[in-house]
Design a protein around this ligand. Structure first.
Ligand SMILES: C[S@@+](CC[C@H](N)C(=O)[O-])C[C@H]1O[C@@H](n2cnc3c(N)ncnc32)[C@H](O)[C@@H]1O
Length: 141
């Protein structure tokens, strides 16, 4: 089973997107987008946002929240481990410790040079963060 839904703190969202240097026109991918608040915040910055969510209830919540912004925001029902990350400028993940090694390997294989990964709460096991925020780690590839 994957990580359950636990939301990123609303007051952290803008700051972590600042730290990730998410800019207008860039591509933002969220692995497990929960209720879709981060996708909405990325869109407000002019980014193209895509979220993957495996829980149908959370997928529906995120979809309804962002429906009027389609196609700037897309919410995909499914397993993010099967999705390619090479198009992203910023990848956001809030997983649990047992998935961090797998996330590190996937990110290393797929995230393009210059793109950033933000991991909320939990650090990757080996890679050094470029920046550490209050509750998040920013990695540059
Ligand atoms: C800790 S919550 C974070 C939610 C959201 N990113 C946020 O920060 O508010 C993790 C989310 O990932 C989803 N999830 C877990 N495993 C997944 C998988 N393999 N594919 C897609 N979504 C997954 C869960 O359903 C849950 O909504």
């Amino acid at each position: 089973m994957g990580p359950p839904w636990v939301p990123t703190r609303t007051k952290d969202i803008d700051e972590l997107l600042d730290d990730a240097r998410l800019a207008p026109g860039q591509s933002f991918i969220e692995l497990g987008c929960g209720d879709g608040r981060l996708l909405a915040a990325a869109r407000r910055r002019g980014a193209q946002a895509t979220g993957y969510e495996i829980n149908p209830v959370m997928w529906l919540v995120a979809t309804v929240r962002n429906l009027r912004y389609y196609p700037r925001v897309r919410v995909r029902l499914g397993n993010f481990w099967r999705r390619d990350l090479s198009g992203a400028d910023v990848v956001m993940a809030f997983l649990v410790p047992r998935f961090m090694r797998r996330l590190e390997m996937k990110a290393k294989a797929e995230i393009k040079p210059g793109a950033r990964l933000v991991s909320y709460i939990y650090a990757l096991p080996a890679k050094r963060p470029k920046h550490q925020g209050r509750h998040w780690f920013v990695y540059k590839y």
